[in-house]
Design a protein around this ligand. Sequence first.
Ligand SMILES: [Zn+2]
Length: 277
Amino acid sequence: MYILDNHMHLRPDGENVEAVKKFCKAGGTHIFLAHIPYRDIPITGEDGYRKAFDRTLAMGDRVRKETEAVVFISVGPYPVDLVHMVEHMPLESATKIMMKGMDLAASLVEENVVVAIGEIGRPHFPVSDEIVMASNEILEHGMRVAKEVGCAVVLHTESATAETFKEFAQMADKVGLDRERVVKHFCPPIIDVDQNHGLFPSVLATKKNISAAIPQGNRFLMETDYIDDPRRPGAVLGPATVPKTTKSMLQEGVLTEEDIISIHKANPERIYDISIE
Ligand SMILES: [Zn+2]
């Protein structure tokens, strides 16, 4: 049985490899490692995102060497970076650096080093209209380069509503990116395509969420958003949650084997153009 966690972060000062070992021990087989900012690598005009992305890539290699898990990586300029950058530089310069980060992520997709661009989007907390507008421009650029290199984007945004789903779907349409290749990370269990406008939901793997999702179908992914932050223990789901939830819900008869094949194999294969084996 294949079991994929669609959104994990691993930090050099966190549990990293040990967390993935727990995931494997519980029956997990594949992970998506998503880039996150590192406090000791500020994004600057000179270096841009290169150093920061390199650290995520190195972590991916380490996990491949030291665990049984198959690791897919996504990198992208984290939306909140913009908020920090404008404390030191004009918005216009910060926007340029973020856009270059999108280009770098796209070139890593072309080199087959990463499989998707993300997480990208908008800060999850209220920000000025200026920041929202710049974030939208940056995101649209990210979707455009994703379309060019033929990959998916992983969205990090404020809480998803019918309106925001529609907004991002229209943005994808504008640049010609397949709506299905816009993966909404930290998505509520809104699986019905009429309601999520065809974006692809990645749902936090709680039993409550999965129970709400599955009556609408199995067109979704599961994730923990494991944050691996020693300063915030227990802030999010533990690294073994996706395999544990999947197996226990199969036993309870809430999930069928067919559902599990869709969620953990067929869906990610189609959306990310990868093979799960
Ligand atoms: Zn995340």
